[in-house]
Ligand binder design. Structure first.
Ligand code: ADP
Ligand code: PLP
Length: 271
């Protein structure tokens, strides 16, 4: 293969395979790219509990050291980070990297809240987001990054204002997912780059759509598109279409439950 096909995700493992590095690697494969990974944590999700087990610092370091042998990743995605220590190791790892970086600030899962960590949020804003090409918070993560926890975001104007605020605080482009928050009307997301706003929407697929992994898949698809040379506005637009199809192709976790995972391999890769 002549072109560079190597992409990296730094992420947690989701044993239920909805999100995390399982979603990232499936998306990279759907895009025809070679996915590499560093695992930050192992996550187990049960109806009453989301448990996050960070990998030991030394294990995380050793993975980054081995990945440093690959000097030409075409793009890098950062997903779940569990501590300021991990965040600073990632910042050091990315310091000399000049390719596209997508940061998905995994702070609030749809399956349940993670422990609130204001120091980690500040680390994202001060040190990691300024390195990113784009960051992709969901609505609750966006509120945490803007220090507006609990605020009501119910209109497209509110959504755009929030995206601008995060963009200023983190000094980066922001793709803010209205997602399920707007589900009765439409699935509405917004991109802000340098103060310019564009809205992107898809028909809402309803509250019982199979959306586990939708956010990770979206960020991984943007990473893949940027790796393939697409510009950011086109990358996010095509990735939103890809996620929409992945939700449509999703599957139930078991017959007695209504929720389920997105399925990337069933979706058409948007060229
Ligand atoms: N019910 C839905 N119908 C259609 N699109 C959705 C639905 N829920 C989420 N999406 C889309 O999936 C992507 C991921 O959004 P979201 O689920 O909010 O992120 P996260 O997984 O990070 O919480 C966004 O593009 C969002 O608009
Ligand atoms: C390790 C990990 N990262 C990220 C996510 C976020 O997944 P989603 O794409 O549904 O927001 C999850 C959800 O379970 C997870 O376990």
């Amino acid at each position: 293969m002549a072109t560079n096909n190597k992409v990296l995700t730094i992420a947690g493992s989701d044993s239920l395979a909805g999100g995390g590095l399982q979603a990232d690697l499936a998306t990279f494969a759907a895009a025809g790219l070679a996915g590499f990974s560093a695992i930050t944590s192992i996550v187990s999700i049960q109806p009453s509990n989301v448990a996050v087990f960070p990998v030991p610092d030394e294990v995380f370091d050793q993975q980054l050291k081995s990945l440093a042998q690959v000097t030409d990743f075409a793009a890098i995605k950062v997903g779940m980070l569990t501590s300021v220590k991990q965040l600073d190791r990632v910042v050091a790892f990315l310091q000399d990297y000049t390719g596209p970086i997508v940061v998905d600030p995994v702070l609030v899962l749809k399956e349940g809240h993670l422990a609130e960590n204001k120091v980690l949020v500040q680390g994202y804003l001060d040190r990691l987001l300024p390195l990113a090409t784009v960051t992709t918070p969901n609505l609750n993560e966006g509120l945490a990054l803007a220090d507006q926890n609990g605020a009501l975001v119910s209109t497209s104007t509110n959504l755009a204002e929030l995206a601008k605020e995060i963009s200023q605080r983190g000094q980066t482009a922001v793709f803010l997912k209205g997602g399920q928050g707007f589900v009765d009307h439409q699935a509405l997301d917004v991109l802000t780059v340098g103060g310019h706003i564009s809205y992107l929407s898809q028909p809402a697929l309803g509250k019982s759509a199979f959306v586990n992994g939708a956010g990770c898949t979206l960020a991984a698809a943007i990473t893949a598109k940027l790796a393939l040379g697409e510009k950011l506005p086109e990358a996010v637009e095509q990735s939103q279409c890809f996620v929409h199809q992945s939700i449509q192709q999703g599957y139930r976790l078991n017959a007695s439950r209504t929720d389920g995972n997105v399925f990337q391999i069933g979706a058409k890769w948007w060229k």
